[in-house]
Design a binder for this molecule. Structure first.
Ligand code: GLU
Length: 341
């Protein structure tokens, strides 16, 4: 697709983003503040899009209402802008595919569920928490979205199903195709998932909440996302999402997964590793360029942690340099950020 461009003042070029051929997104869940890990993912996703002259979408993934905190989406947006990251479509700026909050898009997810149901790709699951826990401790391995489900409710007879239905509200599971799924990750290269690796997954919980996998695919299709850049923790979700794209008759985007940040003890970054939120570093007087330059270095994009704006990093974007899987912070990781003020 040809981009519509306009020369503005001194030879600068403005791209009409709604016709951009590359469309990427950052899709935070407003369950907590923007921390260093999310900020690194947001920066890399933004660089991928901007280096290609593409359009950036910000989507708020607030389906799991009990986990989301009031005002958190706004805080995340404030911190992103402070870092120097912007977007062309999002809750506060609008766009062709409004609304950009998942909680306001339930009709779309229900329509997709209807289509999958009609095509015989969903089944009710009556397993209790205890049963699922027992499955979890069986030697199936773990997927990012919890234990691999063994498909037992898929095999219920109509009588067993009717009997269970009378006693329990089921969740709905998507029946994964019984074949391996391969794709090439834009940062980590070829990936292969064996048949059954992820198991059948929940697209609607018994409490009515729509599952992450379904919502993200429905939205990425409708918002015409061409390039997904996100954290390594979601790599295991990609074969599930590819199966959903196929079931919904839509071409999938390109996927790339950037590194997770781990605390010095090797566990996922969290409050116990100190002030890992962008806002606390900001409050301590760290300049946004210092944080951005440090994140670019930490994730492998740069050789030195010297200060940089996101804009200045655009020409340096190179997905092959990005670290895979995880980056472990050193003890006193924040000394560099705080000392230099
Ligand atoms: N909402 C998800 C998260 O915060 C990200 C979804 C995605 O990028 O596909 O982890």
């Amino acid at each position: 697709m040809l981009q519509w461009i306009e020369r503005v003042g001194r030879g600068r070029i403005r791209v009409n983003r709604s016709s951009a051929s590359i469309r990427g997104r950052f899709a935070p869940t407003p369950s907590g503040q923007l921390h260093l890990g999310n900020a690194a993912t947001a920066l890399l996703a933004w660089l991928q899009v901007r280096s290609a002259g593409g359009a950036m979408i910000l989507r708020i993934e607030d389906l799991d209402a009990p986990r989301c905190k009031p005002g958190m989406a706004q805080r995340i947006m404030d911190e992103m802008r402070w870092l120097g990251l912007d977007w062309d479509e999002g809750p506060d700026v609008g766009g062709d595919f409004e609304p950009y909050e998942q909680s306001a898009r339930l009709d779309r997810y229900e329509a997709a569920l209807e289509r999958l149901r009609r095509d015989g790709l969903l089944y009710p699951c009556y397993c209790s928490r205890a049963e699922l826990q027992a499955i979890a401790s069986a030697p199936h391995g773990l997927a990012a979205e919890g234990a691999v489900y063994d498909g037992r409710c898929r095999r219920l007879t109509p009588e067993e199903r009717a009997d269970r239905q009378a006693r329990k509200t089921p969740s709905l599971r998507f029946a994964m195709p019984n074949r391996s799924i391969a794709f090439t990750d834009g940062a980590a290269g070829p990936q292969m998932f064996a048949a059954g690796a992820g198991g059948d997954f929940v697209v609607k919980r018994a409490d009515g909440i729509i599952g992450y996998q379904l919502a993200v695919v429905v939205d990425d299709i409708e918002m015409q996302v061409t390039d997904v850049f996100r954290g390594w923790d979601l790599l295991d979700s990609t074969p599930r999402q590819l199966a959903l794209y196929e079931a919904l008759g839509a071409p999938p985007p390109r996927f790339a997964h950037g590194p997770l940040l781990l605390g010095p003890d090797g566990s996922r970054l969290s409050k116990r590793h100190g002030d890992v939120s962008v806002s606390s570093l900001r409050e301590q007087g760290v300049a946004p360029e210092r944080l951005v330059g440090w994140l670019a270095w930490l994730t492998g994009l740069r050789d030195e942690p010297s200060p940089a704006t996101p804009e200045a990093l655009i020409p340096e974007w190179n997905p092959e340099r990005i670290a895979h899987e995880a980056v472990t912070l050193q003890d006193n990781w924040n000394r560099h950020l705080l000392d230099c003020e």
